[in-house]
Design a protein around this ligand. Sequence first.
Ligand SMILES: Cc1cc2nc3c(=O)[nH]c(=O)nc-3n(C[C@H](O)[C@H](O)[C@H](O)COP(=O)(O)OP(=O)(O)OC[C@H]3O[C@@H](n4cnc5c(N)ncnc54)[C@H](O)[C@@H]3O)c2cc1C
Length: 245
Amino acid sequence: MFLLFLKGMSQKSFVSVLVLVFSYVVIVLSTPPEDPIKCSSSNNTTCTITNSYGMFPDRTICQASQALYPTNEKELVSMVASASRAKTKIKVATRYSHSIPKLVCPEDSNGILISTRYLNKVVKIDVVEKTITVESGVTLKDLIDEASKNGLVLPYTPYWYGLTIGGLMGTGAHGSTLWNKGSAVHDYVVELRIVRASGSDEDGYAKVEILNENNDEDFNAAKVSLGVLGVISQVYFFFKVMSYK
Ligand SMILES: Cc1cc2nc3c(=O)[nH]c(=O)nc-3n(C[C@H](O)[C@H](O)[C@H](O)COP(=O)(O)OP(=O)(O)OC[C@H]3O[C@@H](n4cnc5c(N)ncnc54)[C@H](O)[C@@H]3O)c2cc1C
């Protein structure tokens, strides 16, 4: 019908119709936000950090002397130990830095950033027990994808795929649900590994603490800790009642 309509048109009208049609076509290209950390040298020194909006609410960005990118817990421990030995303050940054407030800003430009960008692996899935262990830089998207491949679902997630597990735990992020314990993701964490600065030579200036819901009174504090108690390296989730298979 539309083609017949076009066929009977003069060339001028045809061009006008084309212009009209294309003026309503909107091309949408979606790309993830840039790395929020930018450094001016190749060894990641003299850096700035912002959030995924490009600036904090006071229209500034923050500075850091260095950005470090551990790829596993051992490297993370060594980085925290070096900073602790040198009495340098650390902030934990994530792949996209979605929080609006200045949570990730070091106190001044001498502070360092430890990014969880490459702590992004799924460590273990136990289909029988319906549990999953991930590194803290794994995104919500990767967690949901990996869970669903194994017949598990998270009915309590925030509505944004790009959050990391460390970041959403740090701020107590939640979705909405009447299911089970409620909508906060950290309520379904049963254990976490956190790397803490110790300030003492005796334990190498940093230590890994394993905090468990059954045996540790610090567990609740560490779950929503805004990154001030240490760097969470791994998180162990419990999915028991959320299986859909
Ligand atoms: C578009 C959009 C939609 C959102 N939707 C929701 C929603 O539906 N529900 C909701 O509750 N929130 C929502 N939020 C808020 C969001 O959940 C939080 O801002 C979350 O903290 C962002 O996660 P992130 O991985 O980007 O962490 P960041 O913002 O980078 O970090 C948050 C805090 O966690 C700390 N941290 C990060 N990783 C670690 C770690 N491994 N160890 C220790 N500390 C760490 C950081 O130092 C920082 O203090 C939304 C945000 C955006 C931008």
